[in-house]
Unconditional design. Structure first.
Lengths: 262, 123
């Protein structure tokens, strides 16, 4: 287990591969662990970091740090401690909010953002996230789905207060504005059958500028990286391969791709 | 879960195998050549050795032969990682004492499954 100390508390992370840095940020239910297959795929060309945010996985359950801004500060401190320069951010629900908020606050540090299951409006978030325990939520979204075991197991480590605090906190944020104001490439990804965050309405998506693009996985729920890993990894690889500042508008889902040891 | 020794000279592949097996719950000892692998095997007494064939300082074959001469580790199953199209390597590997081979290329999840099956077979 790799860890560092930030504000006298343990922050857990893992890293794999060499190349330009990518940071993976998990969502409300789970921890860094469900990024493992994605990290394996990305590590062929990139240095992939995944960390547990405050209250999740093996990072400290530090209740005073459960706001979005504190999670953003965690990422900022992590990058500073690790000496990591300009990054690509890949975030899932809560992780997507933190990624976009970070990009809004520190635009010069971020090269591009992939936001999966990002709620463009708070009304799109299922109330069940506030009502159920993390384990119940994990079973609801992932029970019986191949590859979902890691997220369900790690749900038991989540401090429910970390979910509730961030859910309350996001009502203060202009979520759509976070995407519209970006001047770097942003790829929004949703699963067609997402139980936790409803796909944004077409008229909302029509407001996206040339920096942003929206892709739907027709056979996925809230975890496209688990539901359709090969297709997801191919999309991520294509997104990361865009030249700096290039619009992601031409990206589309392609044939499945799987990294192999050679 | 098992203690698994990896011998692979290509760093990216070694890191990826280590990462894959570690987070499948195994205790992984990575080494970069045959000589290091023999030393680590004598010291760590792993449950399984996964070894590339072509490595500097001491090849996988030579390392396997050394291991099979050591009384404390000769029982440990050795598995070669061998490239497709190099089937002659497989034969030589079995002749020097390996019990199985895994043909490259293979995906991380395939490696995890294959290792699980090998451990169940030889434990």
């Amino acid at each position: 287990m790799s860890a560092l100390i930030i504000h006298n508390d343990i922050v857990h992370y893992e890293v794999l591969g060499r190349g330009r840095p990518i940071i993976f940020l998990h969502g409300w239910v789970g921890s860094w662990r469900y990024w493992i297959p994605t990290m394996q795929a990305a590590s062929a060309s990139y240095r992939s970091y995944a960390l547990d945010m405050w209250g999740f996985g093996d990072t400290a359950k530090s209740k005073t740090r459960y706001t979005i801004n504190e999670q953003v500060s965690l990422l900022d401190n992590f990058l500073e401690e690790m000496g990591i320069g300009k990054i690509a951010l890949v975030g899932h629900d809560l992780g997507a909010i933190v990624a976009l908020r970070f990009a809004e606050k520190f635009p010069s540090y971020v090269d591009r953002v992939m936001a999966i299951g990002f709620p463009l409006e708070t009304a799109l978030i299922n109330d069940r996230l506030k009502a159920n325990t993390p384990v119940e939520l994990g079973n609801w979204m992932l029970n019986g789905i191949p590859g979902g075991e890691a997220a369900i197991q790690e749900a038991a480590k989540v401090d429910n207060d970390a979910i509730l605090a961030t859910l309350e906190n996001i009502s203060d944020l202009n979520l759509l504005g976070m995407v519209l104001n970006l001047t770097i490439p942003c790829l929004l990804v949703h699963g067609e059958n997402d139980q936790a965050v409803t796909i944004p309405p077409i008229d909302t998506l029509a407001n996206l500028n040339d920096h942003a693009h929206h892709i739907i996985f027709e056979n996925a729920g809230h975890y496209p990286m688990i539901n359709e890993p090969n297709k997801f990894n191919r999309l991520l690889t294509d997104f990361l391969a865009l030249a700096a500042g290039e619009s992601p508008r031409n990206l589309q889902l392609k044939e499945e791709w799987k990294r192999r040891f050679r | 879960m098992a203690k698994i020794l990896i011998a692979e000279d290509e760093r990216d592949i070694r890191d990826l195998i280590t990462f894959t097996l570690r987070f499948a719950g195994h205790d992984v000892i990575p080494t970069a050549n045959g000589e290091e692998a023999v030393e680590a095997a004598l010291r760590e007494l792993p449950d399984l050795v996964l070894m590339d064939v072509r490595m500097p300082r001491m090849t996988g074959y030579q390392a396997c032969e050394q291991m099979k001469k050591e009384i404390t580790i000769k029982h440990i199953p050795v598995v070669f990682l061998s490239a497709k199209g190099q089937e002659s390597e497989v034969r030589t590997g079995i002749e020097v004492g390996a019990v199985e081979y895994i043909l490259k290329p293979f995906a991380p999840d395939q490696l995890t499954e294959k290792v699980k099956a090998i451990l169940e077979k030889y434990r």
